[in-house]
Write a protein of this length. Structure first.
Length: 595
């Protein structure tokens, strides 16, 4: 059945002539977590669809979002002792400096909610029973060192025995720019311990020292912007000295890796031009001495942006229903600093700006973040400051130095006694971050709580879902997958390829609303790609309005064709279809390899 009957055939212009090149950066008005688009990405689509039109009034009205924002508040006296027995009247809740009513309130003591009047306890807290606590343990294998993280992981495994039976634990690892779910949320301690042991032993996850392309960019102490010195690596594919006479082919000299004294080159298919284009500069405007600084700054920003997006994707993919949510973040040696070389006006973000994505996502989903440092012999002050910032702004604590060896036990103790406040904001879905401040009316008390919440726009949320699917394929919902195929890649020049996609969109799975001449379906199509280095490319949604004369059958398909221009490297491509009315979605994944 052809779901489009009026008109019989039109070309959808929304994809035509769309191009995102490596020099293009997303608008700062949009979600800051979206990374620099480093891949050449051109799409041209033809489909049997009308251009988007005004939807009939019967199809939509105001959507009322009643989702409650939960604020977990820890109250202590000056000696660090927890204060119990407070009531809602003892707190004052302010959003953007304006006092708002506390719609829900309960006290959690020793992991159980206190009895409260009917309808007062937050919906996810329950009333008078044990609170389900969910621990998501995230380990960044790309930035941690196996020998340094092993004591920390062994401590996490030992801490499993001290958890209450209803506590659920999940373990996720990021390795080679991809996410892998080692153990989903479970109360089975055997599964969680096996996942932690796999990471600790390093059979598959061997840490940053096996990833010379990453380890090469770091110096002891984790600084991110100082000029290159002897003992620091940059792309080994760029190996001839830079000179004013030969800036395009000029390259960097590699030396011993800082952490182990060995040469660990980057892949040779990452030429200087990519770093220059990604920085937003041109070779004509640059002088040779700035090449190495700018290339290093761009790459460091990209690495930290990928790590921050990976943590956010893990939280979104593993968003458990009910109970309190905790993230134990074993980050390792993340890049730190202002990734803008002195004297150069690059459009690069600082580490604080990049890490804001983690804070916003955690506060959006209700995660309290507990950063955990790997064991180290040299304090890394900039990194520790960043970890403390993430903990502070989400209501958690940072476990550094010796505290990291008992991180899970400490987090469990910290989460056993607190106050649970809830309020329902006036959602506008405009991607604005709102300040949250909690005050306690009794003098002499200190408190700790989240500091913000993100009023996430629907378009941004869908883009984040696409990003999550690219990074975290192991949790993709196969039940929602649709059919399609990728044609053979066609080589374009020396470094690009064109890949045709032929899709059968499952329009029968989405609702059709009554319209003037039959029915209307309002969909959006998004396409994203990720290469073997974890570099992502995606673009804005393509609106697709379908007008069948009769409701499509449940198995109805709609032909949709796209042509992608990518670098000649292996890619994973995800196509996502979102229904704008039901918020249902469907995805297709393709593995692309050049000839």
């Amino acid at each position: 059945m052809n779901p489009v009957a009026h008109p019989p055939r039109r070309t959808c212009p929304a994809f035509a002539d769309y191009e995102t090149a490596s020099s293009v950066r997303p608008s700062r008005r949009r979600w800051r977590g979206l990374p620099l688009l480093p891949l050449a990405f051109v799409a041209a689509v033809s489909a049997q669809a009308q251009a988007p039109a005004q939807t009939p009034e019967a199809a939509f009205g105001e959507t009322v979002d009643v989702r409650v924002i939960n604020v977990e508040v820890v109250v202590e006296d000056k000696d660090g002792r927890r204060i119990k027995g407070l009531t809602a009247e003892d707190f004052r809740l302010l959003v953007d400096g304006v006092a708002v009513p506390i719609d829900h309130f309960t006290e959690v003591a020793d992991g159980r909610t206190a009895a409260t009047p009917d309808g007062v306890a937050p919906p996810s807290a329950g009333d008078g029973g044990a609170v389900t606590t969910n621990y998501l343990i995230f380990v960044d294998d790309d930035h941690t060192i196996q020998a340094f993280r092993r004591p920390v992981l062994d401590g996490l495994a030992d801490g499993l025995d001290g958890l209450m039976p209803e506590v659920r634990v999940a373990v996720v690892a990021k390795s080679w720019g991809r996410l892998e779910l080692l153990s989903g949320f479970t109360t089975d301690r055997t599964k969680s311990r096996a996942a932690l042991n796999e990471l600790a032993r390093g059979n598959r996850f061997r840490g940053a020292l096996t990833k010379g392309w990453l380890n090469a960019l770091f110096q002891p102490g984790g600084g991110g912007t100082s000029p290159l010195r002897t003992g620091t690596l940059l792309p080994a594919g760029l190996q001839q000295p830079i000179s004013a006479e030969n800036p395009v082919n000029g390259t960097f000299t590699s030396g011993p890796a800082a952490l182990r004294g060995e040469t660990s080159p980057l892949p040779s298919d990452l030429p200087l031009a990519e770093y220059v284009a990604a920085s937003g500069n041109t070779l004509e405007r640059m002088i040779p001495r700035t090449f190495e600084q700018e290339a290093r700054a761009v790459w460091l920003e990209r690495l930290l942006g990928l790590s921050a997006s990976s943590v956010s994707s893990a939280m979104r993919a593993l968003d458990p229903s009910g109970g309190r949510k905790m993230l134990l973040l074993v980050a390792g040696n993340w890049p730190t600093g202002d990734f803008r070389p002195a004297g150069e006006s690059l459009a690069l973000r600082t580490d604080r700006e990049l890490l804001t994505e983690i804070v916003n996502t955690a506060n959006l989903l209700g995660y309290t973040v507990y950063p955990v440092d790997q064991a180290t012999t040299n304090p890394n002050t900039p990194l520790w400051q960043n970890l403390r910032m993430i903990a502070r702004d989400t209501g958690g604590r940072a476990f550094l130095a010796g505290a990291n060896l008992t991180a899970l036990s400490r987090a469990h103790k910290d989460a056993s006694n607190y106050y649970w406040l809830g309020f329902a904001p006036d959602y506008r879905r405009d991607d604005v971050v709102h300040d949250v401040r909690v005050e306690v009316r009794k003098p002499g008390l200190d408190l700790r709580a989240r500091r913000s919440f993100l009023d996430l726009a629907l378009d941004t949320r869908r883009q984040m879902e696409l990003h999550r699917s690219l990074l975290f394929r192991s949790v993709s919902d196969s039940a929602s997958a649709f059919e399609g195929r990728a044609g053979p890649p066609e080589r374009i020049g020396g470094r690009l390829m064109k890949v045709p996609l032929h899709l059968e969109l499952p329009v029968g799975a989405f609702p059709a609303m009554p319209g003037p001449d039959g029915f209307v379906q309002q969909l959006e199509v998004r396409i994203g790609a990720i290469d073997r280095m974890g570099r992502l490319a995606s673009h804005a949604a393509v609106p697709l309005t379908l007008r069948p004369r009769t409701p499509p059958s449940s198995d109805a398909k709609f032909p949709f064709h796209a042509s992608l221009t990518l670098r000649r490297l292996p890619h994973s491509v995800v196509v996502r279809v979102d229904d704008l009315w039901s918020e249902e979605s469907s995805e297709a994944r393709f593995e692309i390899s050049p000839k």
